[in-house]
Design a protein around this ligand. Structure first.
Ligand SMILES: C[S@@+](CC[C@H](N)C(=O)[O-])C[C@H]1O[C@@H](n2cnc3c(N)ncnc32)[C@H](O)[C@@H]1O
Length: 379
């Protein structure tokens, strides 16, 4: 399955930044073990600082830390497999070898958190444990696409579906598996490395074991919960017929998709709140849809850049977003404002975030505004 980047250019500042970022992400994967073990060492140090009478009451504590270390070792083995395959991820783009400064670029806690997020996203997208989340978020989207473009009324191979913010690619994969022409788009190299690995290097079902909850030291009901294994992938991606029309495209959705009137459907799951400007996302979705095309969306409004220093963010409530959707020219054909769903949730953990998501289906009219934007007259 092809992962495509943009055309090769001679290295300018932008290319240099991309190269540095590429190697920084690889370094974050490589540093995972050291970082995760440091956290275990802290627990060990804190344990030894307890009064002896208390330590004696916890005979299983140090053996448990040993098990946690073993789980981290296993995770690291899987992460190494992922980065081994990362070098040739893009069919039309090469990142030069790491320079000395790339190799010494610091890896932040933020970068390492993204590696842990990638492990959790594997559960959501590619494990049996993630099925209940996929049933909550992906199934309503897929069923809606099948209702809008039914196989007995159209040739689904000619129906183009774009999935921006595709994560590890399961939603896009499932749409392609049902015969549609589907492209996932993703900006994060953490996710792209992960999806490239799982989609292109598949050896069957559940052949890999990860321990995604091993970093959760809090809210465990049993100590076994922290070291609970998760097997991936629950379905073998290589069973997708070679005739399937499925691809992944790397890059910023707003930059990659500029051709107007080109997609029959855009499907977004937990995506529209990830940008600096939600209006730009809605505007782009409107512009790239063919007249008569549909946008199917499910997700919350978490606004990822909200409260991040030096990052702009416009946080709009749903009633305003809904007005904006209509102002751009969409017709709202279906809406449910209370779809319960969780995101990369550890089912055994005492802490649970549940979103009451928006599910909305919008249609671009056959005779839309010329460019999807409105002219406002000044008074
Ligand atoms: C919250 S995750 C949702 C992933 C997946 N759709 C799901 O439901 O599990 C949002 C995804 O959007 C990606 N993303 C954020 N901004 C993006 C952009 N401008 N273009 C493409 N992808 C983007 C993130 O990297 C992340 O993988």
């Amino acid at each position: 399955m092809a992962h495509s980047g943009s055309e090769i250019q001679p290295e300018n500042d932008e290319e240099r930044l991309e190269r540095e970022h590429f190697h920084k992400v690889l370094r974050a994967f490589s540093h995972y073990k050291k970082h995760a073990i440091e956290r275990v060492s802290k627990s060990q140090t804190d344990f030894h600082a307890l009064p002896e009478r208390h330590r004696k009451m916890l005979p299983d504590f140090l053996p448990q830390l040993g098990k946690i270390r073993t789980c981290i070792d296993h995770n690291y083995e899987v992460l190494k497999l992922i980065i081994e395959q990362a070098d040739d991820i893009f069919e039309n783009k090469a990142h030069g070898p790491a320079t000395d400064s790339d190799l010494h670029m610091p890896v932040s806690t933020f970068d390492l958190d993204k590696v842990k997020t990638t492990l959790r996203q594997f559960v959501r997208d590619w494990s049996e444990d993630g099925r209940y989340e996929r049933d909550q978020s992906y199934t309503p989207i897929i069923e809606e696409i099948q209702k809008l473009f039914p196989g007995d009324q159209c040739n689904v191979r000619e129906v183009s579906v774009l999935v921006p913010g595709a994560g590890l690619g399961r939603l896009a994969f499932e749409i392609a598996r049902r015969g549609y022409m589907c492209q996932g788009n993703e900006i994060s190299l953490y996710m792209l490395f992960g999806s490239n690995f799982i989609l292109n290097r598949s050896y069957g079902v559940n052949y890999l074991t990860i321990y995604p909850w091993v970093h959760n030291f809090c809210n465990n009901k049993s100590k076994e919960d922290q070291i609970r294994p998760v097997h991936i992938p629950d379905t073998d991606p290589s069973t997708l017929p070679t005739s399937a029309l499925f691809s992944m495209a790397a890059g910023d959705f707003l930059e990659v998709y500029k051709d107007p009137d080109s997609w029959d459907c855009v499907a977004t799951s937990y995506f529209i709140d990830t940008g600096h400007n939600i209006l730009a996302y809605i505007e782009t979705i409107y512009n790239i849809l063919k007249p008569g095309g549909y946008w199917v969306n499910l997700g919350p409004l978490l606004y990822h850049f909200s409260d991040i220093a030096h990052e702009s963010s416009i946080e709009l409530s749903y009633d305003v977003v809904k007005r904006i959707i209509k102002d751009f020219g969409f017709e709202i054909v279906k809406e449910n404002q209370a779809m319960p769903s969780t995101y990369t949730h550890n089912q055994k953990n005492m802490l649970k975030y549940e979103y009451s998501c928006i599910f909305i289906v919008c249609r671009k009219p056959e005779r839309p505004h010329s460019n999807g934007t409105l002219d406002y007259e000044s008074s």
